[in-house]
Design a protein around this ligand. Structure first.
Ligand SMILES: [Zn+2]
Ligand SMILES: [Zn+2]
Length: 259
């Protein structure tokens, strides 16, 4: 990179950061938090996975810890933008470049590879000695709110973003599907940290859907620590014996706190 390219890169980080920062906090997090925890709390009270309500201090801690993550993601996004423009990825712009069925397959392939990456890096971050340095920031939210999605240590943020350019040099995907993928990823993450089981009972027992991670399964991870590491699916958890539908009691949670 020469001088003007570096300045251009910094300019893009400066453009992307406020868009991600305010876009993320105000729209998906702010709206879902306001709707479930304030506006319609009484209506959804029975769907709260644990009765405990995060305090205002918890929410501010999550927002503070998300700031460095969003900054790192902004650098990552500027880098990915650069790679796409320079033709260094397999991102394509023409719908006719591939048959119609490939657009669906490519999207699904990205999900499957990303899910495996999430599972194994997540397990890595739970190794004794690594957990306290890298992953504890995220686990300080025993009862997370939507603001906990990006609430993580900067090293965890780097690990989380590294897969994105790797996916894009391995699997062809249309630019609009990629943008949709990021929105979908954020939606599933918010659902996992919502604290409410929004889907009807029995929904996750349906064929295929039973392999999806659920709001309850990720809430169980936040209190159980060594169960349900999966991102989109529970496939790897089932294969590796780390899957659990058992919701630990509040007493048990205090015993395993920050182990
Ligand atoms: Zn989490
Ligand atoms: Zn974890």
């Amino acid at each position: 990179m020469n001088g003007s390219e570096i300045i251009d890169f910094i300019k893009w980080v400066a453009i992307i950061f406020p868009i991600l920062y305010f876009g993320y906090f105000l729209i998906p997090c702010g709206l879902s938090y306001y709707y479930f925890y304030v506006f319609r709390f009484e209506k959804f009270k029975d769907r709260k996975i644990y009765a405990e309500r995060p305090t205002r201090a918890d929410v501010w801690r999550e927002i503070r810890a998300s700031t460095s993550t969003i900054f790192i993601f902004s650098i990552g996004t500027a880098l990915v933008r650069e790679m796409i423009i320079n033709g260094q990825t397999l991102v394509y712009f023409d719908w006719d470049a591939y048959p119609w069925w490939y657009h669906i397959l490519g999207f699904f392939l990205i999900m499957v590879v990303h899910d495996a990456y999430l599972y194994w890096t997540h397990r890595f971050m739970h190794i004794k000695g690594i957990f306290h340095r890298v992953h504890l920031t995220h686990h300080r939210s025993l009862y997370p709110t939507p603001f906990a999605v990006f609430s993580s240590h900067p090293i965890e943020a780097v690990i989380a973003y590294t897969i994105i350019p790797l996916l894009l040099i391995m699997i062809p995907i249309h630019l609009w599907l990629l943008i949709f993928y990021f929105i979908y990823n954020l939606f599933t993450n918010i659902q996992g940290h919502l604290g409410f089981e929004i889907f009807p009972k029995g929904f996750f027992q349906l064929p295929l859907i039973r392999f999806s991670a659920t709001p309850t399964s990720h809430q169980i991870h936040h209190v159980h620590f060594n169960k349900n590491y999966g991102g989109y699916f529970n496939f790897w958890d089932r294969v590796m014996g780390t899957y659990s539908e058992e919701k630990p009691s509040s007493r048990k949670i205090s015993a395993i706190r920050f182990q």
